[in-house]
Design a protein around this ligand. Structure first.
Ligand SMILES: Cc1ncc(C[n+]2csc(CCOP(=O)(O)OP(=O)(O)O)c2C)c(N)n1
Length: 341
């Protein structure tokens, strides 16, 4: 069987391109960079914590997804809705989730957003308009469609952005959500994180389409494919989709092409991934690439970039310390929130 290890990367035709870096808001650029760096630092720390036995269950990471999760989330207003997946720590951190809350969640601590009812990543922050990840994927898509429907029905000016993986596009709830969002012109943006694998299933066994974005044609909506390691390419494409949703023109698909650089979860050695793929993609670290762009444009210098990394490392260390010290839930509250009064 022929191998099709990587789809055509960025498809410039149709993908919106924003202004040159030097003409953009430096505060926004720096914030995107800081959150990408923080995301990497927190995940690296959690990998060490997983290996050291600090965490209860599986650990899912988003290495090489930072440009997609932060690039996309940074296009929204705080009152817009977000429905992230297991690769989107960056989107959570962008919104204001605290790194210690994420660690506390993987430890089942009472202080986690679920109060310790989940030992992994089914957390959200409703106060930040970020919804909990449902375990079945992409069950966040029907939720996102419902959120967008509610916003439209209540005549609220709110967009709902949901993420899913390449494998999730094969599920019925993907099709149902896209169909409903399209015919009702709901203010949705659907971001597909094409990271080459769905657990051990490679792209060639997932879909025969050249890109995932081209599936948009079937729903009568726009779809673009961008380089998912390029934070600004993602930001620009998602910003255009958000503007369209806000204007009442309906949903769009944005596909970001990247690579899952760790196993499906940290317990997965991912022996099924050809070494050449890792070699090829290791040169496309989204955090490093964005740092290079900002230094080249004069938005950052080498010293300040180094400081951002050190600050993120210290924040991750402090977060671990707090999460470790936090209490486990009180077993007497096991039925809280289960039954209606
Ligand atoms: C309906 C359903 N089937 C299987 C799983 C187990 N599972 C969780 S993530 C995952 C892989 C998903 O692949 P993809 O959508 O490409 O996202 P990725 O993990 O690659 O980012 C699987 C099989 C699940 N959570 N839900």
């Amino acid at each position: 069987m022929p191998t099709r290890s990587r789809r055509k990367a960025a498809e410039p035709a149709g993908a919106p391109v924003g202004p040159p870096v030097a003409e953009r808001d430096p505060a926004l650029l720096k914030r995107i960079h800081e959150v990408m760096v923080l995301t990497r630092a927190v995940e690296d720390r959690m990998v060490a914590m997983y290996k050291g036995g600090d965490l209860l269950g599986s650990l899912y990471t988003g290495h090489w997804h930072e440009a997609i999760s932060v690039g996309a989330a940074s296009t929204l207003r705080q009152d817009d809705y977000l429905a992230p997946i297991h690769r989107d720590l960056g989107a959570h951190l962008w919104r204001g989730m605290e790194p210690w809350q994420v660690m506390a969640s993987f430890m089942g601590k009472a202080t986690s957003p679920t109060g310790g009812r989940d030992g992994t990543l089914h957390y959200g922050r409703l106060d930040l308009n970020v919804y909990n990840l449902p375990s079945h994927i992409p069950a966040n898509f029907p939720v996102a469609t419902g959120m967008a429907f509610a916003a439209k029905y209540r005549e609220q000016d709110r967009v709902c952005l949901a993420f899913c993986g390449d494998g999730s596009t094969s599920r019925a709830d993907f099709h149902e959500s896209l169909t409903m969002a399209s015919v009702l012109k709901l203010p949705n943006v659907f971001v597909i994180e094409n990271n080459q694998f769905a657990y051990s299933t490679p792209l060639r066994m997932q879909s025969n389409s050249e890109t995932f974005a081209m599936k948009a044609v079937a729903y009568g909506i726009p779809g673009v494919t961008v380089d998912g390691t390029d934070a600004l390419a993602v930001h620009d494409a998602v910003a255009a989709a958000v503007a369209r949703a806000r204007a009442g023109e309906g949903p769009s698909i944005v596909e970001g092409v990247t690579m899952r650089m760790h196993g499906h979860a940290e317990h997965d050695p991912a022996d099924y991934v050809p070494k050449e793929m890792y070699d090829e993609w290791s040169t496309k670290d989204p955090v490093q690439l964005f740092e290079n762009v900002l230094i080249e444009a004069g938005v950052l210098d080498a010293d300040s970039a180094k400081q951002v990394r050190e600050d993120a490392r210290q924040a991750a260390i402090a977060a671990r310390r707090k999460a470790l010290a936090d209490p486990m839930p009180d077993p007497s509250g096991i039925e809280d929130g289960v039954y209606a009064d």
